[in-house]
Design a protein around this ligand. Sequence first.
Ligand code: KIV
Length: 290
Amino acid sequence: MSTFTLDTATSRATPSPVPGKRMTVPSLKGRKQDGRTEQPIVMLTAYTMRMAQLLDPHCDLLLVGDSLGQVIYGLPSTVPVTLEMMCAHGAAVVRGSWHALVAVDMPFGSYEGSPEQAFASAARLMKETGCAAVKLEGGEAMVPTVRFLADRGIPVIGHVGLTPQAVNTLGGYGARGRSEAEAAKILADARAVADAGAFAIVAEGVLEGIATEITRAVPVPVIGIGASAECDGQVLVTEDMLGLFERTPRFVKRYDDLAARIGQAVEAYAAEVRERRFPTTDQTYRPKPA
Ligand code: KIV
């Protein structure tokens, strides 16, 4: 058994995942034909094995986003996220999935120095996690890096518009592209990254019209988050759409209120423990009959 495979004998999940044919980079890229994507790409973030198992049957792409810095580790931004964190969570998500293509974010500081630094980091992510692609933030400035990786067998997803790793430069997480110059720059960034060989592009936090324009302008799938329904696919942070946080960005739609439901379940458990109503005979062991 490789570290990329779940040990089904020890997995708590039923049914245990059955190895099958995963989505591939060409199959996802090929969804967009002559500038149109008939069937939008479904992408969500995943950071753990179990969440990956639950999301995998419904998703085309699972992103091990560096948003795990905030969502899992309670960090103030994605800036402190390390390659080690991405390797550990990436491997867990690959183990928990068998259908979706798994892409792992390159964390801040692991790729901006040079194409060679990016190659070393991306190769490590792929070797240690079994992921099939990496995502990196940035536009025209990242062209040599995207080309270097793509030419060397590393599938790259670009990320333009609101790029959270640049929060210290941007000064916050507000939508991008409100001025004509900024809108033109985002479009140029998307074109440049696509020309350099990215097989897909995430467009985050941009005015709807710009996201639609980018989607029409580039031949590769554009996956939106806070972008446009016209994009070739959509991605959200899973914990946001499940309602695990009180505060979420405006573009998030909550499909559940898991925070409230977890609160109710834990409240019931706490009451039963305090009243000695848990465990019952159903949950305790007694001697086996001789
Ligand atoms: O880190 C992340 O989760 C992301 C998505 C929000 C696109 O980059």
